[in-house]
Write a protein that binds this ligand. Structure first.
Ligand SMILES: NC(=O)c1ccc[n+]([C@@H]2O[C@H](COP(=O)([O-])OP(=O)(O)OC[C@H]3O[C@@H](n4cnc5c(N)ncnc54)[C@H](OP(=O)(O)O)[C@@H]3O)[C@@H](O)[C@H]2O)c1
Length: 234
């Protein structure tokens, strides 16, 4: 139980990769707050994890929502979060000529500004002691794909933000890990764009990489972890 004594919060924990991360962290002994917008689903997942997990409704697009989440964790566990996973995200694809401003704004607000909100709300707590801040980025943040311009923009931005932040907070004992994941079989994929599920990663594959990074000894940092399907970039 390498994570016993850790207090974690995972955004976007109501499904897919975030849920798998919450489960793996709990299995490792951490106390886990599962955060997303769908409280009913979250409560069911948290209940299945037992008394070391609880559900928290929140929207990463709103800074206040994330500040409330940080306070809630302290109240619930009697200790600040020392392990935060900024995972919440949305996707949309299509040619830029047909990209609605609302779609662009929502992707940037969730995937990029949402990670910023998560960071600023929890940073005072993370700076209080040795801690981990994990960003779930994407291969779409390191290479471009036609028809995914808004998603790529949000994930390229996320990686730039997280890399800069890492050098700011490294001296204060906050480990920043960026997980660059390839195609994972989750509901985020528009049906017509989804690759062959047999070739895709499972959410648990990404979750195990996260647990490995955050349970490494204090003198080790998995700064950036690339987890790709063995079949390559799909
Ligand atoms: N699947 C892939 O191939 C893949 C590859 C690389 C990276 N990623 C990244 O992995 C992350 C998780 O995606 P997934 O594939 O697991 O998809 P998913 O199953 O659709 O999960 C997305 C999660 O984000 C939450 N969310 C969305 N908007 C939110 C908001 N405004 N505030 C709080 N929570 C919000 C959703 O919950 P609610 O709807 O309940 O709020 C859900 O729990 C995303 O950042 C995605 O970009 C995915």
């Amino acid at each position: 139980m390498l994570l016993t004594g850790r207090h974690a919060l995972v955004t976007g924990a109501s499904s897919g990769i975030g849920l798998a991360i919450a489960r793996e962290l709990a299995a490792g002994g951490a106390r886990v707050a599962l955060m997303a917008r769908r409280l009913g689903v979250l409560k069911e997942h948290a209940a299945a994890l037992g008394e070391n997990a609880f559900a928290l409704r929140g929207d990463v697009r709103e800074l206040r929502s994330m500040q409330i989440a940080a306070d809630h964790v302290k109240k619930k566990w009697g200790a600040p979060a020392d392990l935060v996973v900024a995972n919440a995200g949305v996707a949309a694809s299509g040619p830029v000529a047909e990209l609605a401003p609302e779609t662009w704004n929502d992707l940037i607000a969730t995937n990029l500004t949402g990670a910023f909100h998560t960071t600023t709300a929890f940073l005072p707590d993370l700076l209080a002691g040795p801690s981990d801040l994990v960003f779930i980025a994407s291969i779409a943040g390191t290479q471009h794909f036609p028809h995914w311009a808004a998603y790529c923009a949000s994930k390229f931005g996320l990686i730039g933000f997280a890399r800069s932040l890492r050098e700011e907070v490294r001296p204060q004992g906050v480990r920043v890990t960026i997980v660059v994941a390839g195609a994972v079989d989750t509901g985020i994929w528009p049906a017509e764009k989804k690759p062959d599920p047999a070739k895709m990663l499972r959410p648990e594959d990404v979750a195990r990489a996260v647990v490995q990074a955050v349970s490494a000894p204090a003198h080790v940092s998995f700064d950036e972890v690339r987890v790709l399907p063995a079949a390559g970039i799909l």
